[in-house]
Structure formats: C-alpha cells, structure tokens
Design a protein around this ligand. Structure first.
Ligand code: FAD
Length: 317
C-alpha cells in the first residue's frame, strides 16, 4: 500500500522511521535489532537511506596516494527487500541524483520493480565530500524534480533512451524532502517553497521534513506551504537530542537551530546520559504538540537514537 494511503488509513498519528544500510563489511543483524526494538509501535513504513560513493585516498606507503571510489553504505535496495520480506512491512528506499547517472537510476528502478517495491523517497542527495557545490554525474539529474520526471516516464512505460517498456507493472509512488528552516542553498524560504510546489506538481504525494527541534518553525512553515497552495501531507521528521556535542553538530550538519530553551537546558547537563534524558523529554513534548496540531504521521530519524525513540514512542503511541 502506498505511504499516503497508509497514513490516511490510520485514525491516529502514524509512526514510521528511517534506517541506514550497514557500513560495508558489517552484517545486517544490527539493523534487524533496530527494527525489532521499534516494531511494537506498529510502524506503517520504514525508510532506507541511500549514500553516494566518495573518493578516498589510500596511502601506498611510498609517499604516494591512490585515489579510490568507495561506497561506505551500499545496499539500499537489498535492505529494502530484506526488511519487506522479513517483516511484511512497506519499505521506502531513498533514490538520489547525487552520484548516479540516469542509467544507474533506471537499473535501480528495474531492480525495485522486480522486487515489488514501489514506494520511494525522491531526493537530490548531498554533494560529495570533495565537492564545494553539488555536481551531477554525467547524464545524471541535477535536482529531485528531474528525478521525478525520470520516474514519471518510467511509470508511463518509457526508458531513458526513449524506448518503450513492454510490460507495465504497479507504478512507483513517491514523496520528497522539505525544509521548515529552508534548504541551506536556497536564498530564502519562499524560494524553497516555490520549488517544493513544483516538486508536488510533478507528482510527489507527500513531503517529509528535515529534522527540527522548534515546533513553532514547523507550524509557520506549514502555514506558508498551505498559503502557497500545496495541500499534500507534510510529515514532520524528528530526532531526539542525544549528546552534548549535538549542540554544535546539529546546526552545522543539518542547518537547523536548537531553540534557546533546549540549548540552555542542555548546557546544564553534566553527561551525555543527562543530555539524552533531556532530549527524550523535549521530544515527547514536541510530539504531543505535533499530534494535537493534527500531523498525519511522525517520521523518526533512528540513527544513534533508537533507545530514545523507544522511550518517546512508549509515551506517545
Ligand atoms: P532539491 O529538491 O533538488 O533542492 C535542492 C535545492 O535546490 C533547494 O535549495 C531548492 O530550493 C533548489 N531547487 C529545487 N529544484 C530546483 C530547480 N529545478 N532549479 C533550481 N533550484 C532548485 N541525502 C542523501 O544523500 N541520502 C539520503 O538518503 C537522504 N535522505 C533524506 C531524507 C529526508 C527526509 C531529507 C529532508 C533529506 C535527506 N537527504 C538525504 C538530504 C538531501 O538529499 C539534501 O538536503 C539535498 O541537499 C537536497 O535534496 P532535495 O531532494 O531537497 O533537493
């Protein structure tokens, strides 16, 4: 069942979460542990992130370095298939422009179609670590909207080279990303919402937000989005605050503010355990307020925060 139908079908606020594929060379068991920790809260779907390859330099020991391409976390499609088979749950692999050509994407769509996985989250993806600005692959899409266009063509039975797809199956349906505190590259929030609207008009059925800690910013964003004529579900993406170091890491990495009230409380914490407990309490209040506001679903970013999410979910679900 499509994600929009899953969230519309439930009377109460739906629960879902995002996982990362395991680091290359490690097993999938730890991932299964994560899923099993959160399964009791009846997740409606599970997202699996995608990570582009990066260039790494291998020290050859003779003063020279060899430049190699490495994907630290491959396996999104396989993880999506493994989880949907094992737990009979809708999985939502993320599909990126970053690091992929249109041909790579087409082969990924074929794999997913053969596996019967038809829900996607369509994203541009982050720039590579060695890049100062995002650069698409040769013959790769530059923005999420171009990726949506490729998926729409696939759904309409047309391959990238214009040749027909002979057998049509369940079409892909998809969501996109949005940013209550605006995307870092956008000149302002209105311009970011302009592109959000274009992405919705192109076929996105819902949007999931970047993580945020300040509900006021989310409510204001939703108001602006509705004023702009966008009426698709906006799903808040939430991650409990976990560690003292996140006071600086979160704004730097995700380009979002930590509200002053949370920052002041965090500064009083002596240990990461205390910070984690504060994060759980903050998150419970945040979720309660979001539920009262009427959000259709809350999507949790689980990496490094599974135990906190369990504590939060116990209270709110
Ligand atoms: P876009 O929609 O392409 O937007 C990027 C910027 O360009 C924005 O500033 C927008 O305003 C502007 N813009 C959009 N369209 C156009 C256009 N046609 N012309 C000019 N400007 C335009 N990253 C990963 O690498 N892997 C993941 O698995 C992953 N999962 C994510 C999940 C969620 C819920 C979120 C919120 C983010 C995720 N990201 C992931 C990060 C995301 O890829 C980055 O934030 C990326 O920089 C932007 O992606 P986007 O899809 O929003 O891009």
């Amino acid at each position: 069942m499509r994600v929009v139908d899953l969230i519309k079908k439930t009377d109460s606020t739906a629960f879902s979460f995002e996982v990362l594929p395991p680091i290359k060379g490690t097993g999938i068991e730890k991932l299964y542990d994560t899923i099993e920790t959160l399964l009791e809260f009846d997740p409606k779907y599970i997202n699996i992130t995608t990570h582009r390859s990066e260039y790494v330099y291998k020290d050859l020991g003779n003063g020279l370095f060899e430049r190699n391409r490495l994907r630290r976390r491959p396996g999104t499609v396989a993880v999506a298939a493994a989880l949907s088979n094992k737990y009979r749950i809708t999985t939502v692999p993320h599909i990126l422009c970053s690091g992929f050509s249109r041909e790579d994407i087409e082969y990924e769509l074929l794999d997913l179609q053969f596996l019967g996985i038809t829900d996607l989250l369509v994203l541009r993806g982050d720039k590579a670590k060695h890049e100062s600005t995002f650069t698409p692959e040769p013959n790769g899409p530059s923005h999420a909207i171009e990726l949506e266009e490729q998926i729409n063509n696939f759904n309409n039975g047309v391959f990238v080279d214009g040749s027909p797809i002979k057998i049509t199956r369940t079409p892909f349906s998809y969501g996109i990303a949005c940013y209550p505190e605006k995307h870092e590259e956008s000149p302002n929030l209105d311009q970011d919402i302009y592109w959000l609207k274009k992405k919705v008009e192109a076929g996105a059925e819902y949007a999931v937000t970047q993580l945020f800690y300040d509900n006021k910013k989310f409510f204001k964003f939703v108001e602006k989005v509705r004023e702009a004529g966008i009426d698709t579900p906006i799903i808040p993406g939430i991650k409990p605050f976990r560690k003292l170091s996140q006071l600086t890491v979160v704004p730097k990495t995700f380009k979002v503010d930590i509200p002053q009230e949370l920052a002041l409380e965090a500064l009083k914490c002596q240990t990461d355990e205390e910070a984690s407990q504060l994060g759980v309490e903050w998150c419970i209040n945040q979720c309660k307020e979001l539920i009262n506001y009427g959000v259709p679903s809350i999507h949790f970013y689980s990496v490094g925060a599974v135990d906190s999410i369990k504590q939060v979910a116990k209270v709110i679900y």
